[in-house]
Write a protein of this length. Structure first.
Length: 315
């Protein structure tokens, strides 16, 4: 059965097609004969109680020189769309929050939204890990610099980051005796007004910050180890990390099994778990990546597995 699949994403003209997971989803949807519609944040609206979107029919092709065609946009009632892929990149700011409220109206009108809008609001990618204390390294979340400094004194080397970052931005490695610790905390907490999260530094990062992809609660059988390069301790691909596919380990399967039932209950159909060594560090729900890299290295079709799950829910 052909579906109408709308995608809410960042500007399609700016994506890197060889690495973009949303693009992989669009290619697969088109291959299956589904109709594609392209939405951006600026095109969302609510008329009365009904969600609407200024949407353009979209065609894609796997060509880095010419990867999309858009028709003239028109207003559509969003609840009448079969599937909405909510793939706007973080940060999860106030405007993204409002987007989820519009998407929730579309969901109430009958659209399948991937991932669930309420789940997106509730599952902060740093804080949701705290629901699985058996899986995470020692962690503290606070606005108060003294509380984080107490944690640093206890654990020595730490990583400190904001709650709304992505792609390795504003992540600091610090520790006892660091003369920059005070200014790091002032910056990240905005002088005590914003939460920051600190975790014990995991030296296993040298072996990669591993991304586990979950589709409807089931892990993909390979993970992407994102290896730090040069003098940067971060493995994020956006910060120059090198992605190397590896078979999923028993520990990684265990972590996936611990978190999957709760994420599935929250309507999280496509999720990326970040694991360093034996520990879960983040749960990515807004726009998880690494499909293209794993597909290319392992001969997979991860978007195909995702659309199998989507189509099963639309039958």
């Amino acid at each position: 059965m052909a579906l109408t699949v709308a995608v809410l994403m960042d500007p399609i003209e700016s994506i890197h097609v060889a690495k973009d997971s949303t693009f992989a989803m669009l290619l697969e949807a088109q291959r299956r004969g589904h109709r594609l519609l392209y939405l951006t944040q600026g095109g969302l609206a609510v008329r009365g109680a009904a969600p609407w979107a200024y949407a353009a029919a979209l065609a894609v092709r796997d060509d880095p020189a010419d990867w999309f065609r858009l028709e003239a946009p028109a207003w559509i009632e969003l609840g009448r769309v079969d599937v909405i892929l909510a793939r706007k990149d973080p940060p999860f700011d106030a405007q993204f929050l409002y987007d989820t409220m519009v998407l929730e109206l579309a969901q109430a009108g009958g659209a399948l939204v991937v991932n669930d809008p309420r789940g997106l609001r509730d599952a902060n990618e740093k804080l949701v890990t705290l629901h699985f204390p058996q899986c995470i390294p020692p962690t503290v979340v606070a606005r108060d610099a003294a509380e984080i400094k107490r944690f640093v004194a206890e654990h020595g080397e730490v990583v400190i980051k904001p709650l709304d970052g992505m792609g390795g931005r504003s992540i600091f490695k610090s520790g006892r005796g660091d003369p920059n610790l005070n200014v790091i905390l002032e910056t990240l907490t905005d002088g005590g007004r914003c939460f920051a999260v600190a975790q014990r530094y995991l030296p296993e990062i040298r072996d990669g910050d591993k991304r586990i992809l979950l589709i409807d609660g089931e892990p993909v059988p390979y993970v992407l180890a994102r290896l730090p390069q040069g003098d940067d301790f971060r493995g994020n691909l956006a910060r120059g990390g090198k992605g190397v596919a590896r078979p999923i380990s028993e520990r990684e399967r265990w972590i996936a099994a611990q978190v999957a039932p709760e994420l599935r209950r929250r309507g999280m159909l496509f999720v990326g778990l970040d694991v360093i060594g034996d520990w879960l560090t983040e749960v990515n729900v807004t726009s998880p990546t690494c499909i293209r890299e794993l597909d290319a290295q392992c001969g997979l079709n991860i978007a195909g597995t995702l659309f199998d799950a989507i189509e099963a829910r639309r039958r």
